[in-house]
Design a protein around this ligand. Sequence first.
Ligand code: SF4
Length: 238
Amino acid sequence: VRYPVAERFVAPQGEGLYTGVPMAFIRLVGCSVGQKVCTACDTDFDRILPALGGGVYTVEELRAWVRASGVRHVCLTGGEPLDRDLRPLLRALTDGPVVCHVETSGTKHPDWLDVITPPRHRQGQHAVAFPTEREGFVHWEWMPLWVAVSPKPGYLPEMVEVVADEVKVILGGLGDGPGWPTVEDAVRWAEGPATVYVQPRNERLDINGAAMREAVRVVTEHPTLRLSAQLHKYIRTR
Ligand code: SF4
């Protein structure tokens, strides 16, 4: 199996609960949401960028790259990584002391994510199980998986309320159309199992001071929420 990768790099995670944790980022090409909806999208996902490590890679090549980096966390992002069947890649990457993270818009709910079991999920042992057939029997393969949902218009409620380990609500959204989650949505979701962040609508490569101040105001007014500051835009990594 081969995956088209726009770019790949190792850097501290800039968003959410794992902020500051070094991760190997694999940015897959393509997004079914698209920049007509997210007019302020800040990622290059629509083409392979060879100068930034992009290319069409086999599962083995990506696993070797992650192993060589020495990091313990891999982030599959995009674009929309759930536009593709990630099982072969997840199987290969988690064959070792590595936790996989998936960053998604919440607009896709593939069948293979249906088998997350709530009890394990709630105990913080985040995992996904894949049914596979060997020697005529169905076996279950368990893999650690962290699902970060940043809901975009068309998001599926169950992706936010059941599947997500963390939810990142971008204040004001990334576009002017309908369907973006609100602060009220974030506060309601924070009553559920996921940790819920609000994130400012920053510039493409830089922070926006006014948006950050508004995000700080929102989390101080609604203390069940947390602030996701986009650390990478402060420390100038990707
Ligand atoms: S879902 Fe994410 S990657 Fe896709 S267009 Fe929107 S902001 Fe960009």
